[in-house]
Ligand binder design. Structure first.
Ligand SMILES: Nc1ncnc2c1ncn2[C@@H]1O[C@H](COP(=O)(O)OP(=O)(O)OP(=O)(O)O)[C@@H](O)[C@H]1O
Ligand SMILES: [Mg+2]
Length: 386
């Protein structure tokens, strides 16, 4: 575990870490677990059940399904039964049906000879193995849309949704197959038989709201950061960036920002992550204010931007009000011996250029870039333009 004044445990922000708690996905977890709630009771009669989870990137689909599978395993364990989960990420595994089934076998029936069997024989063996060893299985096929778009092996869906038909008169010990996809676009590549066994009603995960992302990041931060190292200002700013259209609620990106901002604070020897750290790493990941863009701005634009930077700096908040920006703008203009300028017009234009983030007249902020970075650049440009 890494020790520092900033982090308590950095690894808790890693994409490989599956958090114990998934705020705002409890309902979905419950729903999935509920589908299998009778499976551990009347196991032989419980049919092979197919579920689909669909939603955009980074909104907790994989985490939710894996967390649910652990709870289903526990339900089985309570009934003194063994349920094994086989999780397959088809984007990572890629490849063909044969390689994927082989992986399933290795995961669930390790003693079996995989060599020299056809894909279909492998599934048949898997079913026999499970039955003879009184074990049950849940199969999770993640990123199925990727596989279907990139390979012709759509047969996987057909096979896995009909595992119960291999030996129709015997109970099928694979109790569930869960498919996860970003969208249902891949349906168009499936034939009617595949579509019908898949079932047409996926569980749709909706994107997180800004408040939900804040909650999620709050719960992740408690584990990852020392209590005094991070505040709600930083978390809210990251939540706001994360729910902007270009990031589209992707929590993976938010966790990266948290980690990089923490790393930056650590490398600077400070013990607290600030909004400036966040802006700086956001500026790097999304280089939204480049020197090239600054070159293209008129003097009035520059003064408006500079006024915003100063207002943000003195307030130490992620957003300031228009009246504050006006105040700083007239101060700068006066010092340069210029007429007052209509800040709103320039801010509006800066918004179109995606340099400034305007939520309302009371909430104006910067789109990325660290204040400490941008101020000297702006100042020297304003002076040059004289
Ligand atoms: N509700 C939540 N609470 C805590 N962490 C979350 C939550 N939702 C997502 N995360 C975290 O965000 C990251 C992305 O989540 P996940 O991998 O589950 O997304 P996904 O929907 O499967 O995305 P993709 O479509 O790109 O595979 C993970 O690191 C996960 O731990
Ligand atoms: Mg995923």
């Amino acid at each position: 575990m890494s020790e520092s004044v900033v982090f308590r445990d950095k690894s808790k922000l890693s994409p490989r870490y599956l958090p114990e708690e998934l705020p705002h996905r409890q309902a979905q977890i419950q729903q999935i677990v509920h589908v299998f709630s009778d499976a551990a009771e009347d196991t032989d009669r419980f049919p092979l059940t197919v579920l689909q989870v669909v939603g955009i990137a980074g909104i907790g689909k994989t985490s939710t399904v894996i967390r649910s599978s652990k709870m289903i395993e526990e339900q089985f364990a309570k009934s003194r039964l063994v349920l094994k989960t086989a999780y397959v990420n088809l984007k990572l595994h890629g490849g063909n049906k044969y390689a994927i089934y082989r992986f399933l076998l290795e995961r669930m029936a390790p003693e079996l000879p995989g060599q020299g069997m056809s894909a279909e024989e492998m599934l048949r063996y898997l079913l026999i193995y499970l039955r003879e060893n009184r074990q049950y299985a849940l199969i999770i096929m993640d990123e199925i849309d990727y596989l279907i778009k990139t390979s012709k092996d759509t047969g996987i869906i057909y096979d896995l949704t009909r595992l119960n038909e291999f030996e129709p008169d015997k109970p099928c010990n694979v109790k569930g197959v869960i498919f996860i996809a970003r969208s249902t676009e891949y349906y168009s590549r499936l034939d009617p038989a595949e579509l019908s066994t898949l079932g047409r009603v996926p569980m749709e995960f909706s994107p997180y709201s800004i408040k939900q992302v804040s909650d999620i990041l709050g719960s992740r931060s408690v584990q990852a950061f020392n209590p005094k190292a991070i505040g709600s200002d930083v978390i809210d700013k990251i939540a706001s960036i994360t729910t902007s259209p270009e990031v589209n609620s992707d929590v993976r990106y938010a966790l990266d920002l948290l980690l990089y901002a923490g790393n930056l604070a650590e490398s600077q020897g400070t013990n607290r992550v600030t909004l400036d750290h966040v802006r700086k790493v956001y500026g790097q990941v999304h280089p939204s204010i480049t020197t090239e863009e600054i070159e293209q701005l008129s003097r009035n634009h520059l003064i408006s931007l500079m006024a915003l930077v100063r207002a943000l700096k003195s307030s130490k908040k992620p957003y300031v009000e228009l009246k504050d920006v006006r105040l700083y703008a007239s101060e700068i203009a006066e010092r340069l011996g210029m007429k007052k300028i209509d800040v709103e017009d320039y801010l509006d234009d800066l918004k179109t250029r995606r340099l400034v983030d305007i939520k309302s007249f009371k909430e104006i902020g910067l789109h990325g870039a660290a204040l400490s970075e941008i101020e000297p650049v702006l100042m020297s440009k304003i002076k040059d333009d004289k």
